[in-house]
Design a protein around this ligand. Structure first.
Ligand code: ASP
Length: 303
């Protein structure tokens, strides 16, 4: 299996990189432009707020909410349906400054799972699953919300007819945001509807340190087949490598090479404390956009 990695050198000021999933090449060329527009708009907005002094954690939450709102992505509104036709959302947030992880697993009827993860940052119990997320949303007076879009319902019904429900897996669109603020603090967040078509109760990597991890050296968000990401413990692995002295680019190169050698299907984005940006994937493409030194770039295929 092959892999690719890319990087951007450090620059003054804040940095942001975000992703909208990784997978096989987009089916239609026309799909690229709306994705690019959306990713650029959101990366630009996060960057502007960072320039104005928004702290990293807040900027990650804001970016994740914008991506959760966009039905093109498999997070929040427009997330894929599971085997029983329900949407279950998982999201995690990690503050690099305090090295604190929080997350929700398989939350139902919420608009912004990342907001629940944000609330949990300061709680004693910081990772909440299933029925606990409903109870938490009720406690916080968050109104019930149905994230199912007609397009996703239609896809699910068609897959059921074909008897190919477990093959929904190639869907891209999990989202992630990684940020370094003007103080040099790092944070990462990831939000997903899962693989699509999965067994009830399946747990995604996104709300585990395998899929989202940060400390004061590096911050990472992953996407791809969750089971592969968990097997590699990829986000934490890259962060630990940087903490122990590798550059971010070296850590991506080494980790992605290992993943490819073991046939893993995944991608990751990251930032380090110096403001270096990196991304990598063993999948055909990763949908990522970044902004550094006022310049926006992306990894999307050119039309
Ligand atoms: N990693 C997510 C999961 O397995 C899916 C994805 O990133 O596309 O739940």
């Amino acid at each position: 299996m092959s892999y690719s990695v890319g990087s951007q050198p450090s620059a003054p000021g804040p940095q942001v990189i975000l992703h909208g999933g990784a997978g096989a090449t987009l089916k239609s060329k026309g799909a690229v432009q709306p994705l690019r527009e959306s990713l650029h708009r959101i990366v630009n907005k996060i960057y502007d707020h960072l320039l104005q002094g928004m702290p990293a954690l807040e900027a990650v939450v804001m970016g994740c909410q914008m991506l959760e709102d966009d039905p093109q992505f498999n997070a929040g509104t427009g997330a894929v349906l599971q085997s029983d036709g329900q949407v279950r959302l998982s999201a995690a947030l990690m503050d690099g400054r305090t090295q604190t992880f929080s997350g929700v697993i398989n939350a139902q009827r919420v608009q912004y799972p990342i907001k629940l993860a944000q609330f949990l940052q300061t709680q004693n119990d910081r990772v909440i699953a299933d029925v606990g997320t409903v109870e938490l949303a009720r406690e916080l007076h968050i109104p019930l919300y149905n994230p199912i879009t007609p397009k996703r319902l239609h896809e699910w019904v068609n897959e059921c007819k074909d008897g190919a429900l477990m093959n929904l897996v190639s869907e891209m669109g999990t989202i992630g945001v990684v940020v370094r603020d003007t103080q040099g603090h790092l944070a990462a967040g990831t939000s997903t509807g899962g693989k699509g078509g999965e067994r009830i109760g399946r747990v995604s990597d996104s709300a585990m340190p395998a899929g989202t991890y940060a400390n004061d050296c590096a911050a990472i968000s992953c996407t791809g087949i969750g089971e592969d990401i968990i097997n590699e413990c990829l986000a934490a692995r890259i962060v630990v490598r940087v903490t122990d002295g590798m550059t971010l680019a070296e850590a991506f190169e080494r980790s992605l090479a290992e993943c490819a050698q073991r046939g893993r299907d995944l991608g990751a984005i990251g930032l380090d404390a110096h403001g270096n940006i990196a991304w990598g994937n063993t999948t055909e493409i990763i949908l990522a956009a970044y902004c550094s030194n006022n310049v926006i770039g992306d990894t999307l295929p050119t039309a």
